[in-house]
Design a binder for this molecule. Structure first.
Ligand SMILES: [Zn+2]
Length: 135
């Protein structure tokens, strides 16, 4: 597993599994997303990849989970290279919503209404009052 020595959003050593799944911040985001979208809780890579195999039934969640992983990776890089500081979960929700809006052209037409509804729900997360996570 790739190890990166820099500590970013929390006090734990950074490895990809931690960044994408086991970090308290990431777990909180997955938890809120599952509750919001009515999907199963994501705890590991297999929980996400399993649904990629049945993309027809899970197209919207698969797009959202891919966008979320990409958002986390890009945000991690922006923090690593000093382009942004940690300011709370809202910045992640905001970036995820922006990315999903750009990716909506990739959504199957028959799933577009479902995707729009999910993006609207995620937009509400951006508006929530900031919360502080301490490690
Ligand atoms: Zn962490």
């Amino acid at each position: 597993m790739l190890k990166i020595k820099h500590v970013l959003m929390c006090c734990e050593p950074e490895i990809l599994e931690h960044l994408f799944f086991s970090c308290d911040i990431t777990k909180q985001l997955w938890h809120e997303m599952a509750a919001l979208l009515g999907s199963n809780q994501v705890n590991c890579y297999e929980d996400v990849a399993r649904l990629w195999l049945s993309n027809t039934n899970h197209a919207v969640f698969n797009m959202i989970s891919c966008a979320f992983l990409w958002t986390m990776w890009k945000f991690r890089n922006d923090m690593h290279f000093g382009r942004v500081n940690w300011s709370g979960l809202q910045i992640i929700w905001h970036r995820l919503v922006c990315l999903l809006k750009r990716w909506s052209v990739l959504c199957p037409r028959k799933r577009l209404t479902q995707m729009d509804n999910c993006v609207t729900l995620l937009e509400n997360k951006v508006q929530e009052a900031p919360r502080i996570l301490l490690c």
